[in-house]
Design a protein around this ligand. Structure first.
Ligand code: FAD
Length: 465
């Protein structure tokens, strides 16, 4: 279906982006063969690092003419293989387009290039008393372009929503090589179909985003973080639902099961308080007055204790807070160290269905005699389910995993949820798409993709079965 990248194409790429931005030897290509998805690799034939929308447009025109696939890539921190070039061809890297172009104090907007690291955007706007809430746990590594392509969430989504709630303008390069500008520094815009929202979450299959305008908020003045250990896994899950039902909306409610906390301790070589607790909740409250935050803290603290919390530990200073969040952010790395293979799922259910979801997942683990460790954004009903291979022989693992995966998905769907809350379909979940979407929806989506990319050169092998 596709042509191979030949010497003529490599020469043309060198003319477009300059010799030093075209990578061809295997050592230089290695980092681009994978993202953070366990067990998925594919070789690109060439990597081109662009510095402008114009260069991306020229590459698309070349790829279209020569019939070679193009895979966009931010930092390669994705968890569904979206940036992995499963059909070979050109990897179009946005890593060098990493500038924060403007912080507009009057309009409360920031304009950035797609390769800007999310954590750098946070720090830049916070230095000016402003706030960009979406905070994926990978924020110090992943790019804002990757966040847009995946509609990344993060712990603060409970109160502040996800990436799509902050994007007001996009510049994007279509597979045809045309450059489009959608929206701008506008908080309202109903002019035609909302192409911005269509591109967000499209996993790099419709266009390459080359400039982004994000809405900002004033930085909250007060913040308090609570670490709440429970000796009963289910009680922790029940507490989450109860907090939401009591109409307190914390900034975050993160859930960490014992094995995830122990894995982090091993990685950090440091003990966390109540390390033997069955589960911890990490709850953050924020606001503009100490009084209001303290009132929420009282309600949340009482609810936790009512459900049998062993303690409610408060972190008010930034050092203690940073240590807690460091532990939370390291869980994926820690679990990847704890077992030779960590298969991670990312199901989401309505918040009130969290207790039956967690109970059902544990039952699936017991039935198949496999270790399952849960953590995640419980305040959003979004659970990262880690199925650990441990000592299971390869042959059994190969037959076990599709069954366990399908059972977890079926459970989430039966509770009104879906198969991924933030990591996306990418290459790894596409064969399960039909479980969550009916044929009509899948065909509509295929049709949209064909309008943007009739020759199917942009990120093939992703999303659709
Ligand atoms: C330890 C860890 C913690 C994580 N925590 C979270 C979390 O809390 N919340 C969450 O949502 N995710 C999380 N993730 C997943 C991941 O970090 C996010 O999906 C992130 O958005 C990926 O960004 P990236 O720059 O690494 O994108 P990449 O992996 O490079 O690419 C991801 C997808 O975006 C496309 N893409 C990249 N840039 C562009 C562009 N400019 N235009 C069009 N398409 C583009 C790629 O083709 C690919 O399909 C975590 C991952 C890890 C490893």
């Amino acid at each position: 279906m596709y042509e191979k990248v030949d010497a003529g194409i490599i020469e043309a790429l060198r003319r477009i982006v300059g010799e030093s931005n075209v990578l061809v030897d295997s050592e230089a290509l290695e980092p681009y063969t994978h993202d953070e998805t366990v067990g998925l690799r594919a070789d690109p034939e060439v990597v081109a690092r662009v510095r402008s929308a114009g260069q991306a447009a020229e590459i698309f025109r070349l790829a279209q003419r020569e019939r070679v696939p193009v895979t966009p890539r931010g930092a390669g921190y994705g968890l569904s293989g979206g940036a992995v070039p499963t059909c070979g061809g050109i990897v179009l890297s946005l890593e060098k387009m990493n500038r924060i172009l403007e912080i507009d104090q009057e309009n409360l907007m920031v304009t950035v290039e797609p390769g800007a690291i999310t954590g750098d955007i946070h720090r830049a706007v916070e230095a000016e008393g402003l706030f960009y809430p979406p905070d994926p746990a990978s924020l110090d590594s992943c790019t804002i372009g990757g966040n847009i392509a995946e509609d990344a969430g993060g712990p603060r989504a409970v109160k502040y929503g996800v990436t799509r709630h902050y994007v007001c303008g996009l510049e994007a390069v279509l597979p045809s090589g045309e450059i489009v500008t959608c929206g701008g520094k506008l908080v309202k815009n109903v002019t035609g179909y909302n192409l911005i929202q269509l591109l967000i979450g499209s996993e790099g299959t419709l266009a390459v985003v080359t400039k982004i305008v994000l809405r900002l908020l004033p930085l909250p003045k007060v913040q308090v973080d609570l670490l709440v250990p429970f000796d009963d896994f289910q009680a922790a899950a029940d507490t989450v639902s109860d907090i939401i039902a009591h109409r307190v909306l914390p900034t975050t409610i993160e859930f960490m099961e014992r094995d995830s906390v122990l894995a982090v301790e091993r990685l950090l070589e440091r003990e966390l308080p109540h390390r033997d607790a069955a589960a911890h909740l990490l709850i953050q409250l924020d606001g503009n007055s100490q009084e209001a935050v303290d009132a929420d803290y009282e309600v949340v603290g009482e609810l936790c204790l009512k459900h049998g919390a062993l303690d409610v530990l408060v972190a008010r200073d930034s050092r203690t807070r940073d240590r807690l969040w460091e532990a939370r952010r390291l869980i994926i790395d820690a679990l990847n160290h704890a077992s030779p293979v960590n298969h991670m799922e990312d199901v989401v259910v309505p918040r009130a269905e969290l207790p039956p979801l967690l109970q059902g997942i544990k039952e699936i683990g017991r039935r198949h005699d496999v270790r399952v460790v849960c953590f995640g954004h419980s305040g959003d009903g979004n659970v990262h389910v880690n199925v650990l291979k441990d000592e299971i022989p390869d042959e059994r693992w190969e037959t076990l995993m599709p069954k366990v995966t399908e059972e977890i998905y079926t459970l989430a769907l039966s509770l009104g949820g879906t198969i991924t809350g933030e990591h996306g379909i990418g290459a790894t979940r596409r064969r399960y798409l039909h479980l969550a979407l009916d044929e009509t929806q899948i065909e509509l989506m295929r049709g949209i993709r064909a309008v943007f990319d009739p020759h199917h050169i942009l990120n093939p092998g992703k999303i659709f079965p």
